[in-house]
Design a protein around this ligand. Structure first.
Ligand code: CA
Length: 503
């Protein structure tokens, strides 16, 4: 048996921990993801440093914050000459592969490097019959993306050199919008799903960023998001709509009596008596389609775990399940991510490694996606290069809460008022108890951003007293001491990682 452990890193795209049953989700059941937690450890405070796809992936791969790796927005591809964790594992004796979502750019300067085998979706990729860029060549695979990514991952494992350890990044497209479930899962979740308590949030006591964000289920979902076709504009019932028409938002008029929405697959027609009915329809439709794509992920993870069992690899393989960030599932009325509010900031993180992690363990220390690379290298017995900013959390795997652990996570969202979501730029820190956010509201001319100039604002939340983050206590005099402490911590963190404050 190899001394160095194998590492299987499975990452979904936009999978909120609230849609994983081992995190307490009541809305769906994910037995295979739960298996990783029951046979290993669940992290309750794993955070993303920039809650969107491309920057999160860059942070994971390089072990650096986005102002260092320069992947600050969705439109800043990675420079693949930079060192990354796959390159270090490769030189450390590992066979390396990445299959599925890449989303760090295309072409010679941005395609994956450090991988012996790579087969990735261009851009967001497609749910059905996806095109892959495989070692520089374009190929089309037949089938459903989640299944195909799993098939290709297992095929690579099967054909590997059994003498050396492996590092596999299996990156799913699901459950990214627009949510297209496998036909066999279209029947799942017939009963209505409970609407979150904050669905009708009025955004009082919050920064202006909250009310200005165009991420509301009521107002900002498109026909494509919900698998509907527009009745106007010559669309026949049931006909697959053109991209242009499906990208359009579904109207939310005051009087909905004339509105009819049509299912793109079945042709079923929906009509509404009032706006409330319409917004609840959108919520149910969104959540159910989202959860149905997750059903395929859970099944796929089960296949990977079974493969490791059948090939006697389970003992010496680290298995991780995570998502590139969290996601709003109707909390505050939102879908999407971007914000440092808890639902999008928190990443699910499950790890199984029988040699070091006992079963049913829970970690409550704070870790961040920037820490993943250093942790992989530590597990592999390799040195963490000095350029990496994350720290290995291998010592947390023994299950005991560490009092001396630096429980601070840093978040910075740079894409000020991007045209699709209008989310404001901000940075901040979270400790176990508090969260401080500074809305600096400037794009600094970065690709994909708007110029800004909106009033700058602070938010302070007491995550224990106010877990739903409804009351900004920044101006509350009883939090004056906490505020001063948090600002000091923020300054220290920015100095430590070399980011430039705007406050
Ligand atoms: Ca994502």
């Amino acid at each position: 048996m190899n001394k160095q452990p194998n590492i299987v890193f499975i990452m979904a795209d936009d999978h909120a921990s609230k849609a994983i049953s081992c995190y307490g989700a009541k809305i769906n059941h994910t037995p295979n993801l739960d298996r990783i937690a029951t046979e290993g450890m669940r992290f309750d405070h794993c955070y993303v440093t920039n809650s969107i796809c491309t920057p999160s992936r860059a942070a994971i791969l390089t072990g650096t914050y986005n102002h260092v790796n320069s992947v600050t927005t969705l439109e800043t591809p990675i420079n693949n000459r930079l060192p990354n964790v796959a390159k270090h594992l490769q030189t450390g004796g590992y066979q390396t592969a990445i299959v599925g979502k890449w989303h760090l750019g295309e072409g010679e300067k941005h395609e994956p490097t450090g991988f012996d085998y790579w087969s990735v979706l261009p851009g967001q990729g497609e749910y059905f019959d996806p095109i892959f860029i495989e070692m520089g060549e374009e190929i089309e695979e037949v089938g459903y993306a989640t299944d195909v990514i799993t098939d290709k991952s297992l095929k690579w494992l099967d054909e590997r050199d059994e003498e050396n350890p492996f590092f596999l990044m299996c990156h799913h497209k699901a459950p990214h919008r627009e949510w297209e479930p496998h036909p066999k899962n279209r029947h799942l979740y017939q009963d209505d799903i409970k609407i979150p308590d904050t669905f009708d949030d009025d955004y009082k006591n919050r920064a202006k960023a909250a009310i200005d964000a165009k991420m509301r289920i009521k107002d900002d979902m498109t026909y494509a998001d919900l698998g509907l076709v527009q009745p106007e504009g010559g669309q026949d019932i049931g006909e697959r709509a053109t991209l242009k028409s499906t990208r359009r938002k579904i109207p939310n008029p005051k009087d909905v009596s004339g509105l009819k929405l049509i299912d793109k697959d079945s042709g079923e027609v929906y009509r509404f008596n009032n706006r409330e009915e319409l917004s609840h329809f959108k919520y149910q439709r969104y959540l159910k389609r989202y959860l149905r794509t997750i059903a395929s992920i859970d099944e796929s993870v089960g296949r990977v775990l079974d493969y490791l069992d059948e090939n006697n690899l389970a003992q010496n393989t680290v298995v991780i399940y995570t998502s590139d960030q969290g996601f709003f599932l109707g909390e505050h009325g939102w879908f999407d991510k971007r914000f440092m509010y808890e639902e999008s900031f928190q990443m699910p993180f499950l790890i199984r490694y029988p040699k070091e992690v006992s079963s049913n363990a829970i970690c409550s220390n704070i870790v961040c996606n920037v820490d993943f690379a250093a942790t992989f290298l530590d597990l592999a017995g390799l040195k963490t290069p000095s350029y990496m900013q994350g720290r290995s959390f291998r010592t947390l795997l023994n299950g005991a809460e560490r009092k001396d652990w630096p429980d601070v996570a840093y978040h910075r969202y740079w894409m000020h008022r991007d045209p699709d979501h209008n989310a404001y730029s901000h940075y901040g820190i979270r400790t176990k108890r508090y969260k401080l956010i500074y809305w600096y509201n400037d794009g600094f001319g970065l690709p994909g951003t708007n110029h800004g100039g909106e009033n700058r604002e602070w938010e302070l939340f007491d995550c224990e007293e106010d877990p739903l983050e409804l009351f900004n206590v920044y101006s509350n005099s009883s939090y004056q001491f906490v505020l001063e402490e948090m600002v000091t911590l923020l300054d220290e963190k920015m100095a430590e990682i070399g980011d430039v404050p705007a406050h």
